[in-house]
Design a protein around this ligand. Structure first.
Ligand code: FEO
Length: 135
Protein backbone atom coordinates (compact mmCIF):
# COMPACT_ATOMS: atom_id res chain seq x y z
CA UNK A 1 0.00 0.00 0.00
CA UNK A 2 1.46 3.37 -0.99
CA UNK A 3 2.38 5.90 1.67
CA UNK A 4 0.64 8.58 -0.34
CA UNK A 5 -1.43 8.63 -3.54
CA UNK A 6 -2.48 11.54 -5.68
CA UNK A 7 -6.21 12.01 -6.22
CA UNK A 8 -8.40 14.77 -7.65
CA UNK A 9 -8.65 16.47 -4.27
CA UNK A 10 -5.02 17.56 -4.82
CA UNK A 11 -5.69 19.08 -8.23
CA UNK A 12 -4.48 22.65 -8.76
CA UNK A 13 -6.38 22.89 -12.05
CA UNK A 14 -3.34 22.83 -14.34
CA UNK A 15 -2.71 19.34 -15.76
CA UNK A 16 1.05 19.70 -16.21
CA UNK A 17 1.47 20.80 -12.58
CA UNK A 18 -0.86 18.04 -11.38
CA UNK A 19 1.28 15.55 -13.30
CA UNK A 20 4.42 16.90 -11.68
CA UNK A 21 2.83 16.62 -8.23
CA UNK A 22 1.90 13.01 -9.03
CA UNK A 23 5.51 12.31 -9.93
CA UNK A 24 6.76 13.82 -6.67
CA UNK A 25 4.28 11.61 -4.79
CA UNK A 26 5.77 8.64 -6.65
CA UNK A 27 9.23 9.62 -5.42
CA UNK A 28 7.93 9.59 -1.85
CA UNK A 29 6.61 6.09 -2.40
CA UNK A 30 9.83 4.92 -4.02
CA UNK A 31 11.71 6.18 -1.01
CA UNK A 32 9.28 4.61 1.45
CA UNK A 33 9.43 1.33 -0.47
CA UNK A 34 13.24 1.35 -0.54
CA UNK A 35 13.27 2.03 3.17
CA UNK A 36 10.79 -0.79 3.95
CA UNK A 37 12.79 -3.24 1.87
CA UNK A 38 15.98 -2.24 3.61
CA UNK A 39 17.60 -1.17 0.36
CA UNK A 40 21.17 -0.02 0.47
CA UNK A 41 22.50 3.46 0.80
CA UNK A 42 23.20 3.72 -2.91
CA UNK A 43 19.58 3.03 -3.91
CA UNK A 44 18.13 5.36 -1.29
CA UNK A 45 20.68 8.07 -2.05
CA UNK A 46 19.76 7.91 -5.73
CA UNK A 47 16.04 8.31 -4.95
CA UNK A 48 16.79 11.34 -2.77
CA UNK A 49 19.00 12.85 -5.49
CA UNK A 50 16.31 12.29 -8.13
CA UNK A 51 13.73 13.77 -5.84
CA UNK A 52 15.77 16.93 -5.32
CA UNK A 53 16.30 17.35 -9.08
CA UNK A 54 12.71 16.70 -10.01
CA UNK A 55 11.31 18.94 -7.30
CA UNK A 56 13.61 21.77 -8.37
CA UNK A 57 12.35 21.29 -11.92
CA UNK A 58 8.73 21.40 -10.75
CA UNK A 59 9.27 24.50 -8.61
CA UNK A 60 11.01 26.18 -11.54
CA UNK A 61 8.00 25.47 -13.75
CA UNK A 62 5.53 26.77 -11.18
CA UNK A 63 7.61 29.86 -10.45
CA UNK A 64 7.99 30.61 -14.15
CA UNK A 65 4.20 30.59 -14.56
CA UNK A 66 3.78 32.85 -11.53
CA UNK A 67 6.40 35.34 -12.74
CA UNK A 68 5.11 35.35 -16.30
CA UNK A 69 1.56 36.11 -15.23
CA UNK A 70 2.36 38.47 -12.36
CA UNK A 71 1.06 36.33 -9.51
CA UNK A 72 1.16 38.61 -6.45
CA UNK A 73 2.27 35.94 -3.96
CA UNK A 74 5.17 34.82 -6.14
CA UNK A 75 8.03 35.93 -3.85
CA UNK A 76 6.49 34.36 -0.78
CA UNK A 77 5.78 31.13 -2.65
CA UNK A 78 9.35 31.02 -3.95
CA UNK A 79 10.72 31.56 -0.45
CA UNK A 80 8.74 28.53 0.75
CA UNK A 81 9.99 26.45 -2.19
CA UNK A 82 13.58 27.44 -1.42
CA UNK A 83 13.13 26.41 2.21
CA UNK A 84 11.86 23.02 1.14
CA UNK A 85 14.79 22.39 -1.19
CA UNK A 86 17.22 23.39 1.58
CA UNK A 87 15.53 20.92 3.93
CA UNK A 88 15.66 18.02 1.44
CA UNK A 89 19.32 18.80 0.73
CA UNK A 90 19.95 18.65 4.45
CA UNK A 91 18.34 15.18 4.52
CA UNK A 92 20.51 14.15 1.60
CA UNK A 93 23.66 15.33 3.35
CA UNK A 94 22.71 13.51 6.54
CA UNK A 95 22.10 10.36 4.53
CA UNK A 96 25.54 10.67 2.97
CA UNK A 97 26.99 10.91 6.46
CA UNK A 98 25.53 7.54 7.47
CA UNK A 99 22.37 8.64 9.29
CA UNK A 100 20.14 5.59 8.96
CA UNK A 101 17.03 7.39 10.22
CA UNK A 102 17.05 9.71 7.22
CA UNK A 103 14.80 7.78 4.79
CA UNK A 104 11.99 7.53 7.35
CA UNK A 105 12.41 11.24 8.17
CA UNK A 106 12.36 12.19 4.51
CA UNK A 107 9.29 10.12 3.64
CA UNK A 108 7.35 11.53 6.59
CA UNK A 109 8.50 15.08 6.03
CA UNK A 110 7.72 14.96 2.29
CA UNK A 111 4.25 13.57 2.78
CA UNK A 112 3.35 16.22 5.35
CA UNK A 113 4.99 19.09 3.55
CA UNK A 114 3.59 18.28 0.13
CA UNK A 115 0.03 17.66 1.13
CA UNK A 116 -0.01 20.89 3.17
CA UNK A 117 1.74 22.88 0.45
CA UNK A 118 -0.42 21.65 -2.42
CA UNK A 119 -3.65 22.04 -0.47
CA UNK A 120 -2.60 25.46 0.79
CA UNK A 121 -0.23 27.59 -1.24
CA UNK A 122 -0.51 25.77 -4.57
CA UNK A 123 -4.28 25.90 -4.55
CA UNK A 124 -3.90 29.62 -3.90
CA UNK A 125 -2.94 30.15 -7.55
CA UNK A 126 -5.70 27.94 -8.93
CA UNK A 127 -8.39 30.59 -9.40
CA UNK A 128 -5.79 33.19 -10.51
CA UNK A 129 -4.54 30.99 -13.37
CA UNK A 130 -8.01 29.72 -14.14
CA UNK A 131 -9.29 33.29 -14.74
CA UNK A 132 -6.37 33.82 -17.15
CA UNK A 133 -7.11 30.55 -18.96
CA UNK A 134 -3.67 29.09 -18.11
CA UNK A 135 -3.63 25.34 -18.63
FE1 FEO B 1 3.77 22.55 -6.46
FE2 FEO B 1 4.45 25.23 -4.91
O1 FEO B 1 4.82 23.51 -5.36
Amino acid sequence: MPLISWNESYSVGIPRLDNQHKRIFEFIDLLFDAMCKGQGRGVIGKVIDDLVSYTEEHFGCEEHLMRTHGFTDYLNHKRVHDGFIAKVREFRDRHRQDDTTVPADVARYLREWLTNHINGMDKGYRSFFSKLGVE
